[in-house]
Design a protein around this ligand. Structure first.
Ligand code: DUC
Ligand code: ZN
Ligand code: ZN
Length: 468
């Protein structure tokens, strides 16, 4: 067979295997894995490089309205450009239902934002904020059939959070339809109570974001979410776990026989609450929810990655500009932590951080890296085996990694819309030097190629591997 492209002499890595092989690509798909393939229009020399499935980041916020004049720093163009720079070929973003809005209406809005704008492949999780009988009974089943097979619910944020009876109804609808539910676990009533107490005491600086959202508030909500899921007998994903106690809840639930996926994120490995405690409003840069904790929590999250408590390592990219009246330092945010928008940028730094801190420091092996950053996302969110692995017939979404490349992170190289990165100056070992999306090179040496020009496609998805 004559190929469009052959990647030669690289070390191919999947979630289970590592082997030296050439990769033959035809019509955007992987067509051969063999030695000495050379009949191709384009030959890419990958000697000394790892040939990995492109990253899949299944937790990315793009172009969501945040209320009160706050504007998210990335739209689908800039956010997916940054994702590609960081070695990702697919992102799963959120389609946020407004109260009173149908899911179909919400999807129309998000498709209009995304379609034709994306540099990598994209799909949507539905965020359900208004679980009416019509939404759960009529819309959801039809949308799951149409390939919108996952949804997110919140236990915190007034206006977004669901109460326990609404959570049960949503979980039950998910069970009936075969959708997978992601849950943001923090106890809103406890947080509101603590914010009130902090206000009485005049504690309004950014660092108090962390003390109003303590570990117990996350642990309690995690336990409750898992109990509610047990009651209706449905799998769930516990997203952005920040500490040992919440992680142990996942372990306990699995011991009870529940099907649970766990997710953690770079901020819980690399940041602590001390980062919020800085002069000149600098702490606002690190405000996200759940908040970063302490060194012991970082160690626990590493343990969870090493031991398989966490299946997913996602960015929770939720970017706001720092020095901007529409961002972190909006007028009210300068004076009170509760008005600092929650979230940090990270779609470009997720993979390099885990590669450098995890693989190169010997905490996880490279097969675990692939599982945590690509394969498990594809399996859990209904994209496998088209995405998330290197096998015959899969989309040729491939990242070439140079383990010898040393990079000092700067905001500018990440090409997102935020005006900072929480990881400025971090020394990284190992870098994605080339990225192919369905066989076309879209990133080379940290720059988008002309072929990258918004070639990302929308992906309808199948059912999760955890469902059914
Ligand atoms: N939850 C997220 O998943 N992302 C950003 C903010 C939040 O609360
Ligand atoms: Zn969340
Ligand atoms: Zn998020």
């Amino acid at each position: 067979m004559r190929f469009d492209t052959v990647i030669r002499h690289g070390t191919v890595v999947t979630a289970s295997d590592t082997f030296v092989s050439d990769v033959g690509i035809k019509d955007g798909r992987i067509a051969a894995l063999a030695a000495e393939l050379d009949d191709a229009d384009e030959i890419i020399d990958a000697r000394g490089l790892f040939v990995l499935p492109g990253g899949i980041d299944s937790h990315v916020h793009l172009d969501q309205p945040s209320g009160d004049g706050i504007v998210m720093a990335d739209d689908f163009d800039s956010g997916t450009r940054s994702a590609a720079i960081g070695g990702n070929s697919t992102v799963l973003a959120f389609c946020m239902q407004e109260k009173g809005q149908s899911l179909r209406e919400a999807l129309k809005v998000y498709h209009a934002k995304a379609d034709g704008q994306c540099h990598v492949d994209v799909s949507f999780h539905l965020v359900i904020t208004d679980p009416t009988a019509d939404v759960l009974g009529q819309e959801l089943p039809a949308l799951v059939e149409d390939g919108y097979t996952s949804l997110k619910i919140f236990m915190t944020y007034e206006g977004l959070r669901l109460r326990d009876d609404e959570i049960l109804a949503t979980l039950d609808a998910a069970r009936r339809t075969g959708a997978l539910v992601m849950v943001h676990c923090e106890n809103e009533d406890a947080i509101r109570y603590l914010i009130g107490r902090h206000e009485e005491e005049g504690k309004l600086a950014a660092k108090f974001h962390a003390t109003t959202r303590p570990i117990a508030a996350e642990r309690e909500a995690t336990h409750r979410a898992l109990s509610l899921a047990e009651i209706v007998d449905v799998p769930v994903v516990i997203v952005h776990v920040s500490n040992r106690e919440a992680m142990e809840e996942i372990r306990h639930a699995r011991r009870r026989g529940q099907k649970i996926a766990g997710e953690t994120c770079p901020q819980y490995l690399m940041l602590t609450a001390d980062d919020l405690d800085q002069e000149a409003l600098e702490g606002a840069k690190y405000v996200c929810s759940p908040p970063p904790r302490d060194k012991a929590s970082q160690d626990a999250c590493w343990e969870g990655l090493e031991q398989g408590v966490f299946d997913l390592f996602s960015s929770d990219h939720c970017p706001f500009r720092f020095d901007d009246p529409e961002g972190k330092l909006n007028e009210k945010g300068k004076r009170h932590f509760r008005w600092i928008p929650n979230g940090i940028p990270g779609v470009a730094t997720r993979l390099p951080i885990l590669f450098s801190e995890g693989v190169m420091k010997g905490r996880i092996d490279i097969n675990q890296f692939v599982a945590l950053t690509s394969t498990n996302h594809a399996k859990l969110y209904g994209l496998y085996p088209r995405k998330g692995t290197i096998s015959i017939g899969a989309d040729a979404d491939i990242a070439l990694w140079d383990p010898e490349r040393r990079v000092t992170l700067t905001n500018q190289m990440l090409q997102h819309g935020a005006d900072y990165t929480p990881y400025e100056g971090l020394e990284i070992r190992g870098w994605p030097v080339r990225l192919l999306l369905r066989g076309k090179t879209i990133v080379s040496d940290s720059a988008l190629t002309p072929r990258a020009d918004r070639q990302g496609a929308y992906l309808a998805r199948g059912r999760s591997s955890m469902v059914g």
